[in-house]
Write a protein that binds this ligand. Structure first.
Ligand code: ATP
Length: 318
């Protein structure tokens, strides 16, 4: 569906202040290559200023790269803009594509004309999305009067009305409460599964990624640092699993062979380990009488933070 090869995009800006007049060159995307198959959901992650929006803008045809090849379903986005745009949808959590003063239905009706969606197809999609996203109660409300959650649901319907093959989602759950977030994610999963829509998801909410994407790409300073399975990221770069043990009494020597001692606080001792928990648990219970044991899984948020902070993978794409 998407093939990107050696993509490079540089911005040149005139400096102000002391450096007035000098040109600053910012390599927003340095040398990025990846491909995404039809029907995949891929999380596209990176800290602020990493190069995500720039690469997405190239993929949507809004920006022309300095060099590199991009193919989206057989088209070059910035060359075949009209045909390309007809096949993609986008939702930006931070802003709406709906007309601010128009009732939602009228915005959808306008989009139907812009995208030349047949009347029958429009009726069917509107019916499906109204049901799935529960749009009914606010279809006749102007966008400006919608709650954030309602606005996001209406925007999703608007983005999918013309049956795009590819959907760009930029912070689709930002600012929503947990229930509203889950609803949006459920809908995205549904359209991906039933319509085979390919989804590129940019978000700072890692729960979105965990719930939706099996694959993640991580970009920083314009270079792709990781492209692979989310689960593999945890195995390779996550911190160890943790065993929290409550002994009957504080053990005189909390060290247990084969386990990494992380900390001891009276009878509660924490150990790090990798792999299955059975052996570490057996070792601990053989060490001293135990009252309770819990296994704490490594936190994806912490893993990604470590990658951003330490440039853990900077040596190349994993
Ligand atoms: N039009 C532009 N002119 C000059 N510099 C730009 C322009 N657009 C982006 N940049 C710079 O390119 C770099 C990458 O920006 P980009 O917007 O792609 O990052 P991002 O990963 O999307 O960040 P965020 O998560 O904050 O949206 C940044 O240093 C940014 O300042």
């Amino acid at each position: 569906m998407i093939t990107v090869h050696n993509l490079k995009k540089t911005f040149r800006t005139r400096q102000g202040g002391l450096l007035r007049g000098q040109t600053r060159v910012m390599e927003a995307v340095k040398d990025v290559s990846f491909s995404v198959g039809r029907g995949e959901i891929v999380g596209y992650l990176g800290p602020n200023g990493a190069g995500k929006s720039t690469s997405i803008k190239v993929l949507t045809g809004l920006l022309v790269p300095d060099s590199g090849q991009v193919d989206v379903g057989g088209l070059v986005p910035w060359q075949d803009r009209r045909a390309h745009v007809a096949r993609l949808g986008a939702v930006f959590g931070q802003r709406t594509t709906l007309w601010w003063d128009l009732p939602v239905t009228e915005s959808l009706e306008l989009l139907r004309h812009i995208y030349r969606v047949s009347a029958a197809r429009f009726r069917q999609n509107l019916h499906d999305f109204t049901e799935l996203l529960e749009l009914g109660p606010f279809l006749h409300t102007p966008a400006r009067a919608l709650s954030l959650g309602q606005r996001m649901r209406a925007d999703l319907a608007a983005a999918l009305l013309h049956d795009p093959e590819l959907l760009f989602l930029d912070e689709p759950t930002v600012g929503l409460d947990v229930v509203a977030k889950e609803r949006i994610r459920e809908f995205i999963r549904h359209v991906n599964a039933t319509r085979e829509v390919t989804v590129l998801l940019t978000t700072h909410d890692l729960t979105d990624v965990e719930r939706l994407a099996r694959r993640v790409m991580i970009i920083d300073h314009g270079s792709l640092l990781y492209d692979g399975a989310l689960a593999q990221l945890q195995v390779r770069y996550g911190s160890a699993r943790e065993l929290v043990v409550d002994f009957d009494a504080a053990p005189p020597d909390p060290q247990v062979p084969g386990l990494t001692l992380l900390g001891a606080d009276g009878p509660r001792v924490r150990y790090g380990f990798s792999g299955a928990a059975a052996t570490p648990i057996a070792r601990v219970t053989a060490h001293a009488p135990v009252r309770d044991i819990t296994v704490k899984e490594p936190d994806i948020e912490a893993t990604i933070r470590r990658i951003y902070e330490g440039g853990l993978l900077r040596s190349g794409v994993a």
